[in-house]
Design a protein around this ligand. Sequence first.
Ligand code: URA
Length: 255
Amino acid sequence: MCHCMQKDKFKKFLRQLKDMGFDAIPRVEKSPRESRPPAPINSPQEFASKGKLLEELREKYASCRNCPLSASRTKIVFGEGNPSARLMFIGEGPGFDEDHTGRPFVGRAGQLLTKILVKGMKLKRSDVYITNIVKCHPMKDPTNPEKRGNDRPPNFFEVSKCIPILYEQIKIIRPEVICALGGPAAKILLATEAGISSLRGKVFERKIIPSEPDFIVKIVPTFHPAYLLRNPPAKVPAWKDYQEIMKILGLKRSD
Ligand code: URA
């Protein structure tokens, strides 16, 4: 490919990134660890190539029919955010608002997550990567995608069919920290039967990609934002989890 064609392709990619909410390709220069945001630490080229790989992955599964959730979904909710994020959030599965917009965590629970990110952690959604264990909305009544409150946790079959996409995403993004939002996500990522109350408050280190034993990611489980909406006092311990994440990433605490 000639140089100018490559340049055009790169420009197009930059425009796509801007449409996705990125202000600019982050600079490569190193800032002190204390103030480094969970933004890319790779070169702009690596940032761009990770974005391209994620797009290719999204396209590969754009018409996925691997499980029955595909029959009732309105939109696939692949995930969104920074392709080089140091911090990744993983929830359980899309709900009504996500199914209708194709974006993760945009309903009431998502708005709370965004508030925690922006007001608490002083980050933007586009600094981190947000996705779910399953990419289509698990519904109690799959004949009625227009009904609110029709959510259920994904079952084992659905998770087993969808989890390869998540592992591919992790493999591309290579985050330092994964925040598991809620019991189902934590149980699946940590391969445990333990409940979220006993898992949260701890940091787990996992070799998440079997073929890459040197790639160790820290997993921080916390309460699901939807649980925090139903049970506001749980925001206190949850905030401790978010502060722990900030500590691991060397971000300044806001309190
Ligand atoms: N709950 C989740 O687990 N994921 C979403 O994307 C929205 C709500």
